[in-house]
Design a protein around this ligand. Structure first.
Ligand SMILES: Nc1ncnc2c1ncn2[C@@H]1O[C@H](COP(=O)(O)OP(=O)(O)OP(=O)(O)O)[C@@H](O)[C@H]1O
Length: 284
């Protein structure tokens, strides 16, 4: 069956199942100049479809697919991705979700794997590692308790160590049991890059600066041409970033107020004086 070719966007959507690495996956993909966005793994189908992603990554997480109410993608997800030709990559727990939901079986592993492992590419036809890679060995970082014991129809194991990587290229479902996003998997970024660009056809070219430009446009639209804005500025990361963005958008029409509430840390106001030159200081 030839998969549909109806990809419309360049968004890589990460569905978060609670791993400490999920935001790292999002960030690493952004460093490849590809826009990625992380939302809850239990988001509704409408939230997902509204974002119109071309690739969806199911993240890792601390759960077992066997635990009652363990998080999963919404009903209708598989039909939606297949109908729209969206590529799906499951990482660790994400792989186990794919296997379980598509008719395979996941069980508690005989031995739980944590740490450095070596996988070997065994399928030349596999897409995840490209052609001509058979025999290549990759050092990877594993962290999992469950493992896939039987794969859904049409899936192939593309690396040895059984738990390394699986794929069903007709249905556009792929899975990595290890963590490609961590530096302990030295070729992990290469694999992600190859997967997103060569397999999924995502175009790189997104820049962080583009987000800033967009934000500035939004802020200018919200404030209008003449209105002024007051910002409560603590000197912490959140309000400082917000103030910097608004200042870039509307300049002197932003008025920052720093409140000396009497409970500040030693010399905190003095320190803030240095960075918050334009803030008015009020004592409370
Ligand atoms: N001393 C202060 N003067 C002015 N505004 C403050 C002050 N303390 C807190 N605020 C405002 O309240 C918001 C929430 O404060 P909170 O202490 O919860 O810090 P936060 O959420 O970590 O934000 P930040 O990183 O900006 O400190 C701040 O972002 C800031 O807008």
């Amino acid at each position: 069956m030839e998969p549909p070719k109806t990809l419309k966007s360049n968004i890589v959507l990460i569905l978060d199942y609670g791993s400490q690495y999920t935001h790292l996956i999002t960030r690493r993909i952004r460093t490849l100049s590809i826009f990625s966005l992380c939302i809850s793994g239990t988001s509704s189908l409408k939230t997902i479809t509204d974002l119109n992603p071309s690739v969806i990554i199911l993240s890792c997480g601390p759960h077992s697919v066997h635990t009652p109410n363990s998080p999963s993608f919404p009903d209708g997800f598989v039909e939606y991705v297949e109908k729209n030709g969206i590529f799906v990559l499951g990482i660790c727990y994400g792989l186990q979700l794919i296997v379980q939901k598509l008719g395979g079986a996941v069980a508690v592993g005989e031995k739980q794997e944590y740490g450095k492992m070596v996988i070997k590419v065994v399928k030349d036809c596999g897409e995840l590692f490209g052609g001509g890679c058979v025999g290549e060995k990759h050092v990877v970082w594993m962290s999992h308790g469950d493992e896939a014991v039987s794969l859904p129809d049409g899936f192939e194991v593309v690396t040895s160590s059984e738990q390394g990587a699986v794929e069903n290229k007709c249905r556009r479902f792929y899975g990595l049991q290890y963590h490609p996003e961590v530096t302990h998997s030295p070729k992990g970024m290469e694999t992600l890059w190859h997967f997103l660009l060569d397999v999924c056809g995502v175009e790189a070219g997104w820049k962080m600066e583009d987000v800033m430009e967009e934000e500035i446009k939004v802020i200018r639209g919200m404030v209008g041409r003449q209105d002024h804005v007051i910002c409560a500025l603590s000197g912490g990361v959140d309000s400082t970033v917000a103030a910097t963005r608004v200042h870039k958008a509307i300049g002197e029409r932003l008025h920052c107020i720093f409140v000396d509430n009497g409970l500040l840390r030693y010399k905190e106001q003095k320190r803030n004086d240095v960075c918050l030159i334009s803030a008015k200081v009020m004592s409370a």
